[in-house]
Design a protein around this ligand. Sequence first.
Ligand SMILES: Nc1ncnc2c1ncn2[C@@H]1O[C@H](COP(=O)(O)OP(=O)(O)O)[C@@H](O)[C@H]1O
Ligand SMILES: [Mg+2]
Length: 251
Amino acid sequence: MKVLACYSMKGGVGKTATAVNVAWMAANAGMKTLLIDLDPQGASSYYFKVKPAKKDWSERFFKAYEHLLEHIKHSEFDGLDVIPAHLGFRQFDVLLDALGKRKSRLDNILKGLKDEYELVILDCPPTIGNLAESIFNASDYILAPVIPTTLSERTFDQLNAFFEEHDYPKQKLVPFFSMVQAQKALHRHTMETLRARSDRFLYSAIPFTSDIEKMGEHQTPVMLFAPNGKGAKAFATLWVELQPLLREFED
Ligand SMILES: Nc1ncnc2c1ncn2[C@@H]1O[C@H](COP(=O)(O)OP(=O)(O)O)[C@@H](O)[C@H]1O
Ligand SMILES: [Mg+2]
């Protein structure tokens, strides 16, 4: 089982769009996939039409994987399950502090799912606290969307610095450009600079396109309502590029 986090400490960069489309493509390719929506805003749960639990169970989330099992919902797609977010998940940073072993908790919990799923995708909230550290430990790869603008470049540098300072393996970081507007000189220039500074950026980039924006309206992955659009094609290319990562270190 591989764990793939869609993560950035910045909001509105395309984490959820990536989590939803990659989860669908994985399931469509025959991988038994679980999407865990860790963001209390619950956007990926919404895209998959999965409702949050009535009762706040956030205090039980990190205690045993059996609690996760109770909250797994089937999506309308074969091989794709979802654990929807609850607003209570906003307390995860504080809860992890109180529970102790905050860095290894998520990793330990997810191990309980390894016979059920081939791929777990974490749709992460924009945070760099205890939850983020728990995510860095639990994930095989951290897919990090980077909008090619000055502030996003800075956020990416901060993430690299954080990994260095806290001894997280940098090879887990898989950055890619998101919401790219190639007609903008700033975007082109920032992509060039960042690619020259870091060879870890994926070749694939996701363009800024109204198809992807319309996912909210359709409440479904982009390839189901605009299969020939730029968004669907870009995510399909990203998916192909992720294949070797998902095959590496086979259990
Ligand atoms: N490539 C894209 N092109 C256009 N709009 C996008 C793209 N990716 C995401 N969006 C839109 O931008 C907003 C933020 O995207 P989202 O994936 O929710 O970001 P995050 O999860 O990082 O906060 C959403 O309204 C989404 O529909
Ligand atoms: Mg999101």
